[in-house]
Structure formats: structure tokens, C-alpha cells
Design a protein around this ligand. Structure first.
Ligand code: ZN
Length: 151
């Protein structure tokens, strides 16, 4: 990873850990899920308000390491106002990025703010920390989706 991206990664982690965005509960959330990463002890709750296929609001609460918190914070700041299919695409991009599928020099323009998380590739145990918020958000999105029918 190039030096510029490395520095940006550290900045983003520090900044979002110190002042996490959307760090609150949403009382009237339409969707909610809990996430836990036993490897590190990160715990977080993700809250969503989804109306007409659009994420109207999203937030998180919880306790964990700097990377899990920063990742949740960046995620919530990116998802607001996005359509469900856009959210799913971002989840896939993020997942491919942190698991190294996009290689060491991902297309930064396409990934936008997510690109800084390319840094976790170098620390395999941190991949779960960085993905926790995203997996929890996807659970929230799908478990309570009205379109899902249970037998
Ligand atoms: Zn962690």
C-alpha cells in the first residue's frame, strides 16, 4: 500500500475513533441487529430506518477497538440516503477490499472513503474488526426486511 494511503488510513481511524459519527440509538428504528467479534471483543448494535427502499437513517452503538469503531462510523456516514442495492454493492466492495481481493492498489476513485480500509489487509486479525459493522448492518437490513418471508 502506498504511503499516502497508509497515512490517510491512520488519520481516518484516529479521527473516527475519537469522534464517531452517528453514535447513538435510533428509537424508532425499522431494523436493528447486534454484532459481536469474539476474537477481539468488539460489540456493536446497528440501527436503521429504511423507507421505500432507501436508508433514511443509520446509527450504531457499542464498544470495541479503534478499527471496529472507525469502520462503523465511516459506514454510517456513507450509507445515509443510499438505496438498498447501492448499500449491498458497497458491502461487497468493502468485503473484497479488506479481504485483499482487490489487490494492494485498489481503485481509490471508485471506492471513495472505503479505500482507506485497504490498510487492514496488512493485519489479518483486524479484518473481522473492520467488517463487523458491515456484517451487522447487512443482518439488520435482511432479517427484518418485509420482503423476506419465513416458512
Ligand atoms: Zn477489534
Amino acid at each position: 500500500m502506498d504511503q499516502e494511503l497508509k497515512e490517510l488510513y491512520q488519520q481516518v481511524i484516529l479521527d473516527h475513533n475519537k469522534s464517531p459519527r452517528n453514535f447513538r440509538e435510533i428509537d424508532n428504528a425499522t431494523q436493528h441487529a447486534e454484532g459481536y467479534n469474539p476474537l477481539c471483543g468488539d460489540r456493536l448494535d446497528v440501527y436503521l430506518i429504511v423507507e421505500e427502499g432507501i436508508v433514511k437513517d443509520v446509527s450504531f452503538k457499542g464498544d470495541g477497538c479503534a478499527i471496529s469503531k472507525a469502520s462503523a462510523s465511516v459506514m454510517t456516514s456513507l450509507l445515509k440516503g443510499k438505496k438498498i442495492d447501492e448499500v449491498e454493492k458497497m458491502f461487497e466492495s468493502f468485503h473484497d477490499l479488506v479481504t485483499g481481493k482487490l489487490g494492494e492498489s485498489p481503485d481509490l476513485d471508485e471506492l471513495g472513503k472505503l479505500a482507506v480500509f485497504a490498510g487492514v489487509q496488512e493485519f489479518p486479525v483486524r479484518v473481522k474488526c473492520a467488517s463487523l459493522a458491515w456484517h451487522t448492518m447487512m443482518n439488520a437490513l435482511h432479517n427484518n426486511d418485509e420482503k423476506v418471508t419465513t416458512e
